[in-house]
Design a protein around this ligand. Structure first.
Ligand code: PLP
Length: 399
């Protein structure tokens, strides 16, 4: 009898983490690799938040906490949702987990029975389809078109809904495309959802604060009549440069939150008490540093978009949010490398960039969209300049 469970057979390890690990292995061998593969701000956690974490340790906030998170944190999250999103939740409609990732997983695990379907607009975050499978559901991938900004069209949503559809996953700003759904976009999707009461919406707002000149909108705010069918997920990883602290949260219907807390209570119990106290500052304290993050990311985005569009065979749109550029690499497919290898797909191209030019990117296949590569511009501007120079040279060298 094999040790590993059958349900893991259809689950892939995260391609983002795999490329980052390959880049780290090459670096260990002394090779100069620029990693644009990781979805992580390169800023330090702002000082006030770090100090809140230190104070939590000094004040002995180091014991088990309630599963849903300490009350002052849930109150701070309640305040944030009211302040930023005009959403008025009770604190027992709010749960805190080990990153937005765990919150998404808990929601799926709490709600999916075998055969239940989850609509995932693609390109999508690498983890969604695998999380759905792990939770026993069926991912239903619906392709977004590049000319429509990679966003889900209402008619495609309508066509994908069946009586077994339990969730629609919406991620805006989007990883990997940087697409941002406007209020009007969400209102049109809401019109479709009103007709299908079995469908719930998981709004993954983790990149909320990283928008460049366009407003952020979220489903529960745009369609308040659907609020009992929406789980709003967010966290501090991306907006407050706190990826390692592992703190995310969800707000939604009480019965769902209660079920998610049951799962959390029987698995991790809760995220770190220290992270929870630091997050009170991140969510409720001074938010001024976010404007600095955004202006710094916007400069880097503009640099990368300009350079990539100069490269032979590559083209990309200017994304409105997050910190990724999703590059169409149709023009390099079928080309031959100086090593006489054929570039058959985006994985081949990503490996060519990594092995011969020392630039780590993630192939679009990981995000259910080919042929593309995703570049994260959450890296130092000098590294981005060097990486773009290498990518241009790599494309030039193809025949
Ligand atoms: N959701 C999306 C779309 C992401 O891209 C990520 C991280 O890359 C997460 C959630 C996970 O966030 P956290 O670090 O809070 O678990």
């Amino acid at each position: 009898m094999p040790l590993i469970a059958k349900r893991l057979q259809a689950v892939r390890p995260s391609e983002t983490k795999a490329m980052t690990a390959k880049a780290a292995a090459l670096r260990e061998k002394g090779i100069d690799v620029i990693a644009l593969s990781q979805g992580e701000p390169d800023f330090d956690t702002p000082e006030a938040i770090r100090n809140a974490g230190i104070a939590a340790i000094r004040n002995g906030r180091t014991r088990y906490t309630p599963v849903a998170g300490v009350k002052p944190l849930r109150e701070a999250i309640r305040g944030k949702l009211l302040r930023d999103n005009s959403l008025d939740y009770d604190i027992d409609q709010i749960t805190v987990g080990c990153g937005a990732k765990q919150v998404v997983f808990n929601a799926l695990f709490a709600s999916l029975d075998p055969g239940d379907e989850v609509i995932i607009p693609t390109p999508c975050w690498v983890s969604y389809p695998d999380m759905v499978r792990l939770a026993g559901g069926e991912p239903v991938l619906v392709a977004g078109h590049e000319h429509f900004g990679f966003k889900l069209k209402p008619e495609d949503l309508e066509a994908a809904i069946t009586p077994r559809t339990k969730w629609l996953m919406l991620n805006s700003p989007n990883n990997p495309t940087g697409a941002v759904y406007s209020k009007a976009d969400l209102a049109k999707l809401a019109e479709v959802l009103r007709k299908h009461k079995q469908v719930h919406v998981l709004a993954d707002d983790i990149y909320e604060k990283l928008v460049y000149g366009v407003p952020f909108a979220t489903m529960a705010e745009v369609a308040p009549d659907l609020i009992d069918r929406v789980l709003t997920v967010n966290g501090v990883s991306k907006s407050s440069a706190m990826t390692g602290w592992r703190l995310g949260y969800g707000a939604g219907p009480k019965d769902l939150i209660k079920a998610m807390n049951t799962i959390e209570g029987q698995t991790s119990s809760h995220t770190s008490s220290i992270s929870q106290y630091a997050a009170i500052e991140a969510v409720g304290g001074d938010q001024d540093y976010i404007a600095d993050f955004v202006s710094s990311f916007a400069k880097r985005r503009d640099l990368v978009v300009e350079k990539i569009n100069e490269a032979y065979g590559l083209k990309c749109r200017t994304p409105d949010g997050a910190f990724y550029v999703f590059v169409n690499c149709t023009g390099v497919i079928g080309k031959i490398t100086p090593q006489r290898a054929l570039i058959e797909n985006d994985m081949d191209f990503a490996m060519y960039l990594l092995e011969h030019f020392g630039v780590a990117v993630v192939p679009g296949s990981g995000f259910m969209a080919s042929p593309y590569i995703r570049l994260s511009y959450a890296a130092a501007i000098e590294d981005l300049q060097r990486a773009c120079g290498r990518i241009l040279a790599a494309c030039e060298a193809l025949s």
